[in-house]
Design a protein around this ligand. Structure first.
Ligand SMILES: Nc1ncnc2c1ncn2[C@@H]1O[C@H](COP(=O)(O)OP(=O)(O)OP(=O)(O)O)[C@@H](O)[C@H]1O
Length: 610
């Protein structure tokens, strides 16, 4: 089996790397050892409130220029250790002497300065081709113009190095639309991490879900990276014996403790000493993982007392004492939030706008609604003797109310994009490729630009078909403002809700409550005092008041009788307040409020727990 794999791998898909490799040569590499010095990590179980020690006194050294395997049975703590080493844990307490990249304590900042992380899940944009995905990432990662040019120039080399040439112009795709293969997606993910030519590379199960030939391919690429001086650390599950032997060192975990840490060429002898005799008929990695997982031997205790354990402790002491290079100095950052917005729009908006599903979800409802309302309220606002009648004034007020409330319900169409691209968003934020402000601005621009023609068409139909009086620009801008509020509201719901189902519950609940206060359902005079204040917070209320002012101009015949017995028009009867301009300003003011709320929610609520 293994030899078949090797033949296939060498003949078919061994990456072509050579003198023209796009990676920094070993001599120019900033060599950094990663040292984990007696680190423990504790969390509180959210259900039982018990304290759980997920890592206990973990010590090991990941030397530069080597490929290190982090192994153990499922639940042994591999991903947890990787998260602690890369400062990705978002809860719990890390204790001990710490983690170091070279001589520098591991923090989010020192990580970004020298390292990259390849997630287990492929976080790629389905609509981009492999080459575009790499260019997109290169532009986001570049910290100044020189670096942008330099990184973009390296993309073809990386494509070549990772043997992605044959799929460079193929779209990534997803589970619903066909695209590149699983192995190509893994290599693309790896290519993204290599864009900045990191000195330390972390990978969480880079071969999971791949066949043995493709897995071997990936490990060979890692080996070649290590040969250029990179420190490569990968959690790995069941590699073939051939792939396993390519690793230079092994750290084995059992229930969050070190059960072995040392060079790969000492593994057989060490486990032989514990009574585990490896024979070629077994998969080597599975054999040792099984040995550590079994309760026949206390592998953790045995390692702590063994000479291998002493050597590991000695290696940690030596690495801490050795004068290590700090992470490389960082270049000047001149590509700020604005250029990141431009990159996001250039790659993501351009493709979204070409996607019929994306455009239809944001336009079909508006146009259809416009058409139905136009035919139902045909010429309702036309000046005629009927304007004297209560029913005509009420019908116009209802039409304006519905036009106004619809955008906040339609806002549910804006939520999936935020919820579904969360994994991607977290990775980009973790990698510090743009500030949150850039992401929110890009989303607002993307949705806001598309909403302009959509609302213009729908509003024009309604304005002409229903014979709305007043100024068309105001009629449209009020609707556009309310639509923008709906978009921002959708972002808040998406940020707060843990998943799509919760977001889909939250938004309609808020909107139905808005609807009750929006205009015609209950008159302000009839509201209990405790509720009266609430309408002042609602954009649909101000939007409706603005539309009423624009259409009636305070000039409607006084055919209603208020509580004091005075004859009033429909506007006064339903408590329409403020001038047209004040109401419009209030709509856009509330829009700003929701944007700020979306920012605060996205900044502080993280649904990905580590
Ligand atoms: N926040 C948490 N609260 C409680 N238990 C947790 C938490 N995070 C992780 N664990 C537990 O810690 C242990 C280690 O999890 P981890 O994901 O690191 O294992 P792993 O070795 O990577 O497993 P696998 O190979 O299956 O991915 C597991 O038993 C897991 O249930």
């Amino acid at each position: 089996m293994d030899s078949t794999t090797r033949t296939k791998s060498v003949e078919v898909s061994l990456p072509r790397r050579g003198s023209q490799s796009s990676f920094t040569s070993k001599s120019n590499r900033h060599a950094l050892d990663v040292v984990v010095d007696n680190v423990s990590y504790e969390v509180t179980n959210v259900k039982t409130k018990d304290r759980l020690k997920l890592l206990t006194d973990v010590s090991c050294v990941f030397e530069h220029g080597r490929v290190h395997a982090l192994m153990g049975a499922s639940g042994a703590g591999k991903t947890t250790l990787l998260d602690v080493i890369t400062s990705r844990v978002t809860s719990g307490e890390v204790s001990g002497n710490g983690v170091y990249y070279g001589g520098t304590p591991a923090t989010k900042e020192s990580f970004r300065a020298c390292a990259a992380y390849v997630e287990q899940r492929d976080t790629l944009l389905a609509s981009l081709t492999v080459k575009e995905m790499l260019n997109y990432w290169a532009e986001l990662r570049a910290r100044n113009e020189d670096e942008r040019v330099e990184i973009l120039a390296r993309v073809p080399g990386i494509i070549d190095d990772l043997n992605l040439g044959e799929c460079a112009d193929v779209v990534v795709g997803d589970s619903l639309s066909r695209g590149i293969s699983g192995g190509q997606a893994k290599r693309t993910n790896l290519a993204l991490a290599l864009i900045t030519d990191p000195d330390v590379l972390f990978l969480d199960e880079p071969t999971s879900g791949l066949d043995s030939a493709t897995s071997l391919d990936i490990v060979q690429i890692l080996k070649q990276l290590a040969d250029s001086g990179v420190t490569v650390i990968a959690t790995i599950h069941s590699p073939t014996s051939e792939a396993f032997r390519l690793f230079d060192s092994l750290v084995m975990l059992k229930k969050g403790r070190v059960a072995f840490a040392g060079p790969m060429n000492t593994v057989t002898t060490y486990f032989h000493g514990l009574g585990y005799e490896y024979t070629e008929s077994f998969n080597m990695a599975d054999f040792y993982v099984g040995a550590v997982a079994s309760d026949d031997v206390d592998c953790v205790g045995a390692f702590a007392k063994s000479s291998a354990g002493d050597a590991n402790k000695g290696a940690v002491r030596a690495a801490r004492a050795k004068e290590q290079l700090p992470p490389p100095p960082q270049p000047k950052v001149t590509r700020g939030a604005l250029s990141k917005i431009v990159t996001l729009i250039k790659y993501r908006t351009r493709y979204n706008y070409k996607n019929p599903d994306f455009v239809a979800a944001r336009s079909a409802g508006n146009i259809l609604f416009g058409f139905v309302m136009m035919s139902l309220f045909w010429k309702i606002g036309a000046p005629s003797g009927d304007a004297q009648e209560q029913s005509t004034q009420l019908n116009v007020a209802s039409l304006l109310s519905m036009i106004n409330i619809l955008p906040s319900f339609q806002a549910s169409g804006y939520m999936p994009s935020v919820v579904m691209e969360r994994a991607m968003f977290y990775r980009e934020i973790d990698d510090g490729v743009y500030p949150l402000l850039s992401y929110i601005a890009y989303k607002i621009i993307e949705e806001g630009l598309l909403a302009i023609p959509v609302s213009l068409v729908a509003q024009m139909m309604l304005f002409l078909g229903c014979a709305i009086k007043g100024n068309f620009f105001y009629f449209w801008i009020i609707n556009y403002g309310v639509m923008s509020c709906g978009i921002a509201l959708a972002y808040v719901c998406s940020a707060v809700a843990p998943d799509m189902d919760s977001a889909n519950t939250l938004l309609p609940v808020y909107n139905v409550v808005q609807l009750l206060f929006s205009g015609l359902i209950i008159r302000p005079e009839s509201m209990p005092k405790g509720w009266a204040w609430y309408r002042h917070t609602l954009f649909v209320r101000y939007g409706w008041q603005a539309q009423m002012r624009n259409h009636f101009h305070n000039g409607e015949p006084k055919v209603f009788v208020d509580d004091s017995g005075t004859a009033v028009g429909v506007s006064d009867f339903y408590g329409v307040k403020h001038s047209l301009s004040t109401n419009i300003l209030a709509v856009f003011g509330i829009w700003l409020f929701w944007i700020v709320l979306a920012y605060v929610a996205m900044k502080n609520i993280r649904h990905q727990k580590r």
